[in-house]
Design a binder for this molecule. Structure first.
Ligand SMILES: [Zn+2]
Length: 155
């Protein structure tokens, strides 16, 4: 009997020592609460698995409770359709968010802006120009050949 009472007094004195230490450090009542127990948090939605769509942070309410705040999935920047680099000058967003955004935030003012990067557009323009030039050259050569043939026939 005496042994149990002495054990109890030991436990009580230990607790008192901890409390005294906390107050000496000036952390107050909140510190005691956190030191003695951790608040258990519960999900606020029905989804109970730790999935990508169930990401959350712990936030302290004005009332001092801890609650989960759910996070939205991270958005992505669209990539160039040809070389697959991230398109500069365009904000990252989820597709549903993007549908609500203004045009200037999801494209750049250029032909193929928001679809292809500037290098790929340049290459596309140069290539088209060269192909057209080649066609003209071929036409000229053909005309010259025809003219030469006509001269020969006249002789
Ligand atoms: Zn590109």
């Amino acid at each position: 009997m005496t042994s149990t009472t002495t054990r109890m007094t030991h436990v009580i004195s230990d607790c008192c020592a901890i409390l005294a230490k906390i107050f000496r450090e000036g952390r107050g009542y909140e510190a005691i609460q956190t030191a003695t127990m951790v608040q258990r948090l519960t999900f606020r939605r029905r989804l109970s698995y730790n999935t990508k769509s169930n990401r959350r942070t712990v936030v302290k309410t004005p009332g001092g409770r801890l609650v989960y705040h759910y996070l939205k999935k991270a958005g992505k920047v669209p990539r160039c359709g040809h070389c697959k680099i991230k398109l500069p000058g365009i904000e990252k967003a989820r597709s549903i968010e993007r549908s609500r955004m203004s045009r200037r935030r999801k494209m750049v003012k250029r032909s193929y802006g928001g679809v292809l990067c500037h290098k790929c557009v340049k290459e596309k323009i140069v290539r088209a120009f060269l192909i057209e030039e080649q066609k003209i050259v071929q036409k000229v050569i053909r005309a010259q050949a025809a003219a030469a043939k006509g001269k020969k026939n006249k002789k």
